[in-house]
Design a protein. Structure first.
Ligand code: HEM
Length: 205
């Protein structure tokens, strides 16, 4: 499966109404001045946070690479605020996700920073625009976050599954059964420990 096919296969699993349309993208591009005004501080605070955190600092490498990293994020941001949410944009977001896997950046940190970025923009949208203007833009940003994060997570799982299938020679159905066995065992253990914890809570009450 190539990048475009994988991207489309993932998007088709989402409710179509939760994927930002080109028209919704125009709500973002119409506020270009707002997004540009906050670009520098968003990127500066984004990297301040990542470099000050011991969980993420290590994968970023030498602090002298920061200038290059910031430049990359500026370019990404400028394309994103143009609101051209078409097939190529989504395929690019899948690729960006895979680049991070290659650099040992966890999906967990990527998803956290997506949430941070949307929160950053949302706070300023609410502070600076009339509510009836800010709300629809926030709604598009939420859809954008969910769509890109779905592409990041699901493309990773699909790639991993394909690698396991190839390396093990197991077909997808048998692999699916093994995964189910793990899920059942986690559910059993999880339910038992939660029931125990509830038992402790009710006996303490
Ligand atoms: C909102 C979240 C993020 C966005 C939108 C983003 C965006 C990007 C983009 C566009 C690239 C270049 C991809 C390419 O080569 O085509 C990139 C590379 C990279 N990002 Fe991120 N990133 C995010 C979060 C993070 C986080 C949380 C980390 C680390 C903890 C990180 C570390 C890196 C690294 C190490 C590279 C590779 C740089 C290189 O090529 O030398 N990114 N990122």
């Amino acid at each position: 499966m190539n990048l475009t096919q994988m991207t489309q296969a993932i998007l088709q699993k989402m409710p179509a109404a939760r994927i930002p349309s080109l028209e919704e993208g125009q709500l973002i591009s119409a506020q270009r001045a707002f997004f540009q005004k906050h670009e520098a501080s968003l990127i500066n605070e984004f990297y301040n946070l990542l470099y000050s955190d011991s969980n993420t600092r290590l994968v970023l490498g030498e602090p002298k690479l920061r200038v290059q990293r910031e430049k990359t994020l500026h370019q990404w941001y400028q394309v994103t605020i143009s609101g051209s949410f078409d097939e190529d944009y989504w395929a690019w977001q899948t690729l960006v996700g895979i680049v991070h896997v290659k650099h040992k950046v966890s999906n967990v940190s990527l998803l956290s920073m997506w949430a941070w970025m949307v929160d950053f923009l949302q706070t300023r949208l609410l502070a600076e625009l009339p509510l009836e203007q800010a709300r629809p833009i926030i709604s598009v940003l939420n859809k954008l976050q969910a769509t890109v994060c779905s592409l990041i997570v699901e493309s990773f799982l699909m790639t991993q599954q394909e690698a396991i299938t190839r390396a093990s020679g197991l077909n997808e159905r048998i692999l699916g059964r093994f995964i189910n066995v793990e899920i059942d065992s986690l559910l059993k253990q999880g339910r038992e420990s939660l029931i125990q914890a509830q038992g402790l809570q009710s006996s303490a009450a």
